[in-house]
Design a protein around this ligand. Structure first.
Ligand code: SF4
Length: 204
C-alpha cells in the first residue's frame, strides 16, 4: 500500500475525525518505504494536519529514539518531519528506484485492503508494456472480495481509535496460530505484536 494514501485515509476517516479533531499525536514513518520515497511526501501531513512525523529505522533503538523525538515535538508544540533513519533516508529518497517504479508501474484508481476497505489511488499495477510479467493478466483468476469477520476491529485498530484488547476475539478465538483478522496474521500486525509482547501488562 502507498504510505501517503494510507495516512490520508486514516486522517480523513470519519472514525478518526471526531468533531473535526484527530486524536492521534503523530506518525512513525516506515523505514523501508522511506528509503525509496524520501521524507518529502510526509511534509504535507505535518503542515496540513499539524501532526509530527518521525521516520524510524528498524532496530529497537531506532524506534525508541523516534518515539522520543515524537514526544519532544508534541511537548514543544511542533509538527514537522524529522528523520531518525538518516543513515538510509534522504529528503528526496532514491531517485533511481523511483524512476524504475514509475517506468514499470502505474497508479490504480482504487484498491480494496483488508481492514481499510476500498482506498482510492492507494496501490500500483503493472503497466501494459510489461504485461507479460503481470500475473493478473497471465492467469485467469477472478477477484473475489472477502469481507472481514464482523467482530474483527482491525479497521479501528489500524486507525488508532481502538486497541487490540478492545476486540472480543483477541487472544481467545483469534491468536497468531488461528488469526481471524489481518492485524493478527503477520508478527508485525498490531494484534500479533500485542499478543506476543503486551498482553501480560493488561492484567497488572
Ligand atoms: S484480535 Fe483478531 S479479530 Fe480482533 S481485531 Fe485483532 S485481528 Fe481482528
Amino acid at each position: 500500500m502507498l504510505t501517503p494514501s494510507a495516512i490520508s485515509n486514516i486522517l480523513e476517516s470519519p472514525e478518526v475525525r471526531q468533531w473535526g479533531t484527530v486524536p492521534l499525536d503523530g506518525f512513525i514513518g516506515p523505514a523501508h518505504v522511506s528509503t525509496i520515497i524520501g521524507s518529502r511526501p510526509y511534509e504535507f501531513f505535518a503542515e496540513e494536519y499539524r501532526k509530527p512525523v518521525v521516520i524510524a529505522g528498524f532496530e529497537p533503538l531506532d524506534v525508541m529514539q523516534a518515539i522520543l523525538m515524537l514526544v519532544k515535538q508534541v511537548n514543544e508544540g511542533r509538527a514537522v518531519v524529522e528523520n531518525e533513519f538518516s543513515r538510509a533516508v534522504t529528503r528526496d529518497g532514491n531517485l533511481k528506484a523511483q524512476n524504475l517504479v514509475a517506468e514499470v508501474f502505474e497508479l490504480r484508481r482504487q484498491f480494496e485492503w483488508r481492514g481499510l476497505n476500498v482506498v482510492p489511488y492507494s496501490g500500483l499495477r503493472i503497466r501494459k508494456g510489461f504485461a507479460e510479467f503481470d500475473a493478473e493478466k497471465r492467469f485467469p483468476v477472478e477477484y473475489v472480495s472477502v469481507a472481514d469477520n464482523k467482530a474483527c476491529e482491525c479497521g479501528a485498530i489500524l486507525r488508532g481509535v481502538k486497541k487490540p484488547q478492545d476486540c472480543k476475539l483477541f487472544g481467545t478465538v483469534c491468536t497468531p496460530e488461528n488469526p481471524v483478522g489481518s492485524c493478527m496474521v503477520s508478527s508485525e500486525g498490531a494484534c500479533a505484536a500485542h499478543y506476543t509482547y503486551g498482553r501480560y501488562k493488561d492484567f497488572q
